[in-house]
Design a protein. Structure first.
Length: 324
């Protein structure tokens, strides 16, 4: 009997506590919400640059940012002793909380000219805009769209272009406009001109060849230098042409992989951004090799695109500098 009364008393005390504490918690929470609601969102920027290597570049850049009330969140730099070029990426926040990219750009220009910099200042809150080109093999397209839809890939994809109709339903499921632009030897120039119109109209920052099985013209590549990324199997140049995985199987390869690179007028010889491999053995069929290779292609392309949109990839002649 005593135990019953004790339990009831405990329940009574607990109920009273429940009635008293919510107001206290609510007042505390309201206060925190009120404070956070008036706190400014500080604008973030990413500065990338390359220039002839010389003493004082890091000091000059960090000094400029300090004078302009900017706080560096992370920074990376690299000096290439062969080309005598210096590369730098700086991610910083403007503690004045006055989002004015143009003013910051204008203020930095004299310093950039003094060091002969090739430089870009990016508003980190602006998502780069991607155009994806694809043909009839869709694993890379599907993987990129999944990463985009899930928020892992912080981009906007305003259009998908294909020379076939295979993936118009996939594009529609992601609410992305699909442009079917058939191409052959008779209309290649006109088709590329239409692709360029889409790029300009949609203000595209990066074009991705997600297994787009067409050779781009030198003129097209030149207009978009440093803005087109391609993915292909790493068998080049050993296994060119059709059915590379069958060729690799016939030669008994022990490693398969993929390469993501910038596109240039020289076919499959652009600056490499990322590569990876997977070990295989004699027991695998060509189809099994292809399945493994497709997985590697997905990962390699996603890494390359992610690093590009984070402004971590800088061109260094026929190579790249990738600040990971």
């Amino acid at each position: 009997m005593r135990a019953t009364h004790v339990a009831a008393a405990c329940c009574s005390c607990f109920s009273a506590a429940v009635l008293v504490f919510p107001d206290t918690f609510r007042s505390h929470i309201d206060k925190k919400i009120s404070v956070s609601s008036i706190a400014p969102v500080l604008p973030e920027y990413i500065l990338t640059l390359s220039c002839p290597d010389r003493r004082g570049i890091v000091h000059a850049v960090s000094g400029f940012l300090a004078e302009h009330a900017c706080n560096i969140l992370d920074s990376a730099q690299y000096g290439d002793t062969q080309t005598n070029l210096f590369f730098m990426r700086v991610h910083f926040v403007d503690e004045h909380a006055q989002r004015d990219t143009q003013k910051l750009t204008d203020d930095f220009r004299p310093l950039a000219e003094r060091f002969a910099m090739d430089w870009h200042l990016h508003d980190a809150s602006v998502k780069p805009r991607l155009l994806i080109l694809v043909s009839k093999i869709g694993h890379c397209l599907n993987d990129l769209l999944y990463r985009y839809r899930s928020g892992v890939l912080p981009v906007e994809i305003p259009a998908i272009v294909s020379n076939h109709t295979d993936f118009y339903q996939l594009a529609a499921s992601h609410n992305i406009p699909f442009h079917h632009l058939a191409v052959d030897a008779s209309n290649k120039a006109q088709q590329e001109a239409r692709v360029m119109e889409i790029i300009e109209a949609q203000k595209i920052d990066l074009v991705i060849l997600a297994r787009y099985m067409q050779i781009l013209s030198p003129e097209f590549c030149g207009k978009l230098n440093g803005r087109i990324i391609n993915i292909h199997h790493s068998f080049l140049p050993s296994f060119k042409g059709a059915k590379p995985y069958t060729q690799a199987h016939d030669r008994g390869v022990k490693l398969i992989g993929a390469t993501a690179h910038f596109v240039t007028a020289d076919l499959d010889e652009g600056p490499i951004i990322e590569q990876d491999v997977e070990r295989v053995n004699h027991s695998l069929t060509p189809d099994e090799l292809a399945a493994i290779g497709h997985d590697v292609e997905n990962v390699v392309l996603a890494r390359a695109v992610n690093w590009y949109v984070q402004r971590r990839v800088l061109l260094n002649g026929h190579k790249t500098v990738v600040f990971r």
